[in-house]
Write a protein that binds this ligand. Sequence first.
Ligand code: FES
Ligand code: FE
Length: 432
Amino acid sequence: MTQLAAQPPSPAPARERVPTASLAELLRRRKTGHSLESTFYTDDELHDLDVDAVFTRQWIFVAAAAEIPEAGDYLTVDVGAYSVIVVRDDDEQVVAYHNVCRHRGSRLLEDRGFVGNIVCPYHRWTYDLEGSLLHAEAQPKDFDKSCFSLRTVNVRNLSGLVFVCLAAEAPEDFDRVAELVEPHLRPYQLDKAKVAAQHDMEERGNWKLVMENNRECYHCDGHPELVTAYFPLFAYDEEDISPRLRPTFERYKKAEAALEVVRRAQGVPMASYRDLSDRPVGFQLTHMPLDGEGKSFSAGGGAVCAKLLGEVKEAAFGDLSIHLQPNSWFHVLGDHAVVFSVMPTSTTTSVLRTTWLVHPDAQEGVDYDLESLCAVWKATNVQDRDLVAATQRGVADPSYVPGPYSMVEDDVEAFVSWYVARMREHLAVAGA
Ligand code: FES
Ligand code: FE
């Protein structure tokens, strides 16, 4: 039996007692190009601040509009202590309200469903879908119903992707980002799509670890199902291509040229944008070709849905990949779309919600097989979940010290620097 050579024990790194360091100091000393200190992933007080500074102040992705296709369809979203109702009103617009009755504060709606009006379960105050109070029993003559409408929440429906912002003054640059992104999403008509499946996965990791993991493909060898169609070159520049990846890169360049021809023929843009950390609505958009048949996420890259989305005429339409800070990413293909949101549920847990969208007329068992449609991302999510859980355990270990990002983790750095900038703004850390 081979004996493993004994490894000398690493000297225990001198670790500062971070609980005593103020958050301002932690932010000030954050080393660019390195992972965050343990406290950012393990400290309850800091987690509460994340919710305040990020999830209740920035635009966050909460749902596909296709989840509430008809007037009266609603869903609720918990954000920290807040609950938000997202509902399709009588004009079929997506609107959002605080899920708090204007009488004595009861929660109004749970989970998701359909309502004609929003009726409080406690004393039956009744609101229409525009949030106006219609009815409140036993009120004095001078009771003015118009003073007790539901409190609105900022909401945007970006070509079928629904974002909310709980701040009184939402970051204004959402509109500029929407202007840039919308022409790219338009051909897919996601607002009219059908939800084929939705899956919630509990992550045993701080929400930032889930996002950081998403923002790099350095670990893509751990995704055998995904890389049969997805080129594992995300965030790679040509000079980052190792000899091992060179043949994949050559295939990528050919597939990219072919995709350009297809998209030009349909008169749709192929531009890309990357502005991930300098603006409140940090985002990135790219059109990436797929490997193999180049059509979809499947073994060999074949289509997984026979009916193509929206106005798409060619199945090999590439992967419109969009990342938005702080909590979402999207893959929009010719035959389906997969949209992802991450919501924190505690310091060390989060929920990854994955939603698969198809053409509204696509029929399960006829145009698509549900298992095949979801197979790649279900497997990928499980693999990522395990990576995140292992990282959470590691960063909570007293021996952890932040390590350096590789050349292909620029977007992890962009995510972290976006986050640090928002936290600094929130705390108004002078000179940080
Ligand atoms: Fe809603 Fe009383 S709390 S009607
Ligand atoms: Fe991954």
